[in-house]
Design a protein around this ligand. Sequence first.
Ligand code: SAM
Length: 227
Amino acid sequence: MIGTLLKKPLEVVEANFRQPNGTAGQLVGHLMTLQHRSLTVWAIEHMEVRRSQRVLDVGCGGGMAVKLLSERTPQGFVAGVDYSMDMVSQAVRRNADAIARGRVEVRHGDSAELPYDDASFDHVSAIETFYFWPDPMRGLAEAHRVLRPGGQVAITLEMSREAADDHPSLIQRFFGRQFTERSERDGLHILSGAELTDMLAKAGFRNVRFVAEPRRSLGWVCALGQK
Ligand SMILES: C[S@@+](CC[C@H](N)C(=O)[O-])C[C@H]1O[C@@H](n2cnc3c(N)ncnc32)[C@H](O)[C@@H]1O
């Protein structure tokens, strides 16, 4: 009974994680920005971002990573791209001051066709968005194209095959398997760190590696590579 009652709201939330749209999308956008804050801080810790560098965040959602990255790059530039217009407007509102100073911009665009020139960034990040991309290898090729030689890509996910098997957290014990299986039925490919780094290597990145926090959420993972 409770499962049936929850089904519809869950479907709405899931659809709006994939591509936030309309009033529900705006609301889910605010919630996911809050929910992903600690994941975002953790992801940025692994990116070796310097004060004067240029960073692109793909699938930027409500623009929290864009904001935190712009605080790290006071002499640099940060761009966000999202294919949801509702998220573009949320990210623009969150970063209005930095946009007015010309230090940040947010564009409507797709991971498969990034609206930027070749070799125009030092870092490309993608937080909790990679498994929604219809063609992830195309997205990685685009990240590679817009990075300058030596630039770094960082793909971060909160649900992965790195989730703790031996000592699962409470959330993982009660919801983990159910949620992962449901997501896979909906077409999401839940990856391990090694699968992610293999994909990065196939896209032409070198020095690929991953870090994981198996007990956080459904297995945080951040995969890194260099052009
Ligand atoms: C779960 S949200 C995460 C948003 C943000 N990175 C965060 O951590 O809060 C996924 C975001 O990726 C965007 N997205 C999904 N597929 C995309 C694609 N192919 N190109 C651009 N954006 C995409 C969605 O519109 C959504 O805003």
